[in-house]
Design a protein around this ligand. Sequence first.
Ligand code: SAH
Ligand code: SF4
Ligand code: F3S
Length: 436
Amino acid sequence: MSEPKKLFIKTYGCQMNVYDSERMAEALGGEGYVPTDRADDADMILLNTCHIREKAAEKVYSELGRFRGLKEEKPDLKIGVAGCVAQAEGAEIMERQPLVDLVVGPQSYHRLPELERKARNGEKALDTEFPEEDKFDHLKGRPKAARGPTAFLTVQEGCDKFCAFCVVPYTRGAEVSRPADRVIAEAHSLVERGVREITLLGQNVNAYHGHDDGLAGLIWALDKIDGLERIRFTTSHPNDMDEALIEAHGTCAKLMPYLHLPVQSGSDRILKRMNRKHTAEQYIRLIERIRSARPDILLSGDFIVGFPEETDADFADTMTLIREVGYGQAYSFKYSTRPGTPAAEREQVAEEVKSARLQELQALLTDQQRAAQDAMVGRKVSVLFEKPGRETGQMVGKSEYLHAVHVTAPDIGAGDIRPVRIVASNPNSLSGEIVG
Ligand code: SAH
Ligand code: SF4
Ligand code: F3S
């Protein structure tokens, strides 16, 4: 029997790429590949790339350059570029960088086996189409091997919202939802393999329409799966938070009290220019409704500072909104020009101004994050344990609020869910004791 070929995948960007990388590994598993975590050991290297901010393509070129020596040593090594940079600039990369044998866009992963064979035959293999068929229908089922207690599951892809700063509608294409029965079947198979928590993924996951009752309908269907204990979803758009989904946060015990709901800016003028299609006030009212359904929910968000034409007053409005909402977690970015998006053509904010605003905003968000974490001390939470900690006898898991929790208890295993009393708040995690 021939030695299995080895596949090394490096993943950048969002959780959807993490999920796609797993599925690509499975698709190539059917072609005789086993995963390796060492590039120098691989017969195929795939970079699963992200295009969301500046210098995305430059990063890919410099990463590819690092493989030159490997390819000289091992001429049979195949190198591929996947993900959003492949979609946007794949053809150009293939032309400019002769090390690249294969380019595949996010909607064409089911064609990987074919592309791999082509590359093995010494041909250049490229596919960045938006095919009619759904890639997930054609990707092989997940293999039956055991896996960790948490998993991502993509249910929706693409975006029709066209925020003025964002490349996603161009790299991932139009919104598509996977039919609920396929998602439910995949969830069953994950649970059979030891998964206890599933995070439903989509660029606009709450615009999901693969179930007659939308994302809430899908969540309630998943709620019925024995052995599945926790459900999460990300990322949501404020305009797609419907009543049924808000209500599910109050009534579905398996739906975790954590919500990532990006607002980007607190200034109505900027929100309008961003094409977000809601006001700051509407977002605040929405948060109030969500909190009245689930008072302890931990909120997370995304912010962009220095969007074209953002004034000091606009930025002050964002700071006010943050103070009003109180986030437990958040991500913030300097506006980054993306060629081909409407905002790229507008008057830009000076780099020093962007940096100063980002610093100020992050200081506030860090304080809020710290306060939310410190407020957990003395509280009883439920922890899904995932892996051993750094010290002997220690296990690390996540609370329902997604805080990392360390516990020293030798009898705990990965996949156990236990009540824990939080005793200390550390820089990036909590420590606790099992209380039952
Ligand atoms: N679909 C999600 C976001 C996907 S991109 C949503 O609508 O919320 C993830 C985050 O990257 C965005 O929320 C935004 O904050 C940030 N982002 C996207 N494009 C950006 C750009 N051009 N510059 C800076 N940040 C950007
Ligand atoms: Fe990008 Fe806006 Fe779509 Fe989110 S909703 S993916 S930020 S265009
Ligand atoms: Fe990046 Fe594409 Fe995700 S651009 S954030 S990998 S959808």
